[in-house]
Design a protein around this ligand. Structure first.
Ligand code: GTP
Ligand code: MG
Ligand code: ZN
Length: 293
């Protein structure tokens, strides 16, 4: 790779395409080039943890609160954002929720996604464990398009092949209501990962996958036993996990304590209004992933 060491060019952290030194986004995959500059300053290869799931499962909300909890040093974690852009997502989510609104839907264009680059430290009895994490907030529609026909969104493919851990978000409320959509989406996602990683048929995939059942406030029994809930309501996904993935665990999460519903006379839809924030099960799946790294 002749360009890599040439000072006028920098390789993208995600897809390794050479970009001009002043490029803001990678010309090939639209990942922010600021990630590269942060990574160079760290002198350590960052690890990617990807948050995937269908549109509207709650990825933006989950990731925003996760980053916020980390920066408030929850559970002996300490997190340092690298670059001001890393704080944007957290800020969008927290400021919307303070006004009792959910944040807007993530745009499908990759250059409009928020990326967070955090140095995260878990204090343990035997010293500290630092991990450099890169977490993009991808749009569910883009993920669905990529899964349906691989390489539509190259950034997603590159991220998946480089991820050290995966958080797969699944809408528990939708699954509990009898819809098969979450189950099928989860299956498609994992079979996409399976083929992207090109693991041998005979061997199970080692990538740690945390399956997060979101909106569990609608289905409280989810918190009691997320595994049992998944086995009963997401049986196809459950079976695929058992046969192809060596490290999987199930978690339930929710960000709201109570909801109200609002509508206007000239509107034919109902908007959920988060009356107060009550975080449950946000940190646990992340903690599990960090322990697996
Ligand atoms: N009851 C409840 N609703 C939630 C929760 N989290 C998210 N929601 C609802 O789910 C909607 C979608 O959440 P987002 O985080 O924007 O979903 P997303 O996965 O980022 O969706 P895309 O950006 O389209 O991919 C929100 O507007 C809320 O109505 C939760 O913990 N409990
Ligand atoms: Mg989103
Ligand atoms: Zn790139």
């Amino acid at each position: 790779m002749p360009f890599v060491s040439a000072p006028a060019y920098t390789p993208c952290l995600i897809c390794e395409t050479s970009n001009g030194r002043d490029a803001v986004f990678c010309k090939s995959c639209h990942a922010p080039m600021a990630l590269v500059h942060e990574a160079i300053a760290q002198e350590r290869d960052p690890q990617m943890v990807s948050i995937v799931g269908d549109s509207n499962v709650g990825k933006t909300v989950y990731l925003g609160f996760l980053l916020d909890m980390l920066s408030q040093r929850a559970n002996d974690f300490e997190a340092v954002p690298r670059g001001a852009y890393s704080v944007d997502l957290q800020q969008v989510v927290i400021s919307h929720m303070a006004y009792r609104m959910f944040p807007p839907k993530t745009p499908v264009e990759a250059n409009e996604w928020n990326w967070a680059y955090y140095q995260v430290c878990k204090r343990q009895e035997r010293g500290q464990k630092w991990v450099d994490l890169v977490m993009p907030d991808m749009a569910g529609e883009a993920i669905a398009a990529e899964v349906a026909s691989p390489s539509t969104f190259r950034v997603i493919k590159n991220l998946m092949s480089k991820s050290a851990g995966l958080l797969l978000l699944v809408d528990a409320a939708q699954a509990a209501s009898g819809s098969a959509q979450p189950d099928f989406f989860g299956m498609k996602m994992l079979s996409y990962i399976d083929s992207t990683l090109e693991a041998k048929r005979s061997k199970r995939i080692n990538l740690p996958v945390a399956i997060v059942l979101t909106k569990a406030d609608y289905v409280p029994e989810c918190f009691d036993d997320p595994r049992r809930f998944a086995e009963a309501n997401l049986n196809r996904l459950w079976n695929l996990c058992e046969s192809r993935f060596a490290r999987v665990d199930f978690f339930a999460s929710s960000v709201v304590g109570s909801l109200a519903y609002a509508t206007a006379e000239d509107e034919d839809f109902v908007t959920p209004v988060p009356l107060h924030t009550a975080l449950r099960g946000i940190l646990e799946p992340f903690e599990w992933i960090v322990a697996q790294l």
